[in-house]
Ligand binder design. Structure first.
Ligand code: SF4
Length: 82
């Protein structure tokens, strides 16, 4: 039996500059809280079929001089995806 792969979103809210690119790229997964000006992921753990959109969001994040503040890890192996 193969288990579904899961991925963990790690988001450094302190580095978020509220640019909203994540929510533009992946509106079903990221939203910008207008009262705090900080983004929020919909959920910390995502299945594989939601990985691509979250990778796009992570790549689009311009914070920290373009390095971004969204990281995604393979939950099982701990491998950093982005
Ligand atoms: S793209 Fe990055 S800086 Fe912009 S709101 Fe999303 S997490 Fe924050």
């Amino acid at each position: 039996m193969t288990e579904r792969k899961e991925f963990q979103i790690r988001f450094d809210a302190r580095g978020c500059i509220g640019a909203g690119k994540c929510a533009e790229e992946a509106p079903e997964h990221w939203s910008l809280n207008l009262s705090t000006g900080i983004a929020e992921p919909q959920k910390p753990i995502i299945p594989e079929d939601e990985l691509d959109e979250n990778i796009r969001a992570a790549k689009a994040c311009p914070a920290r001089n373009g390095r971004g503040v969204i990281r995604i890890y393979d939950r099982e192996t701990g491998e950093k995806i982005i």
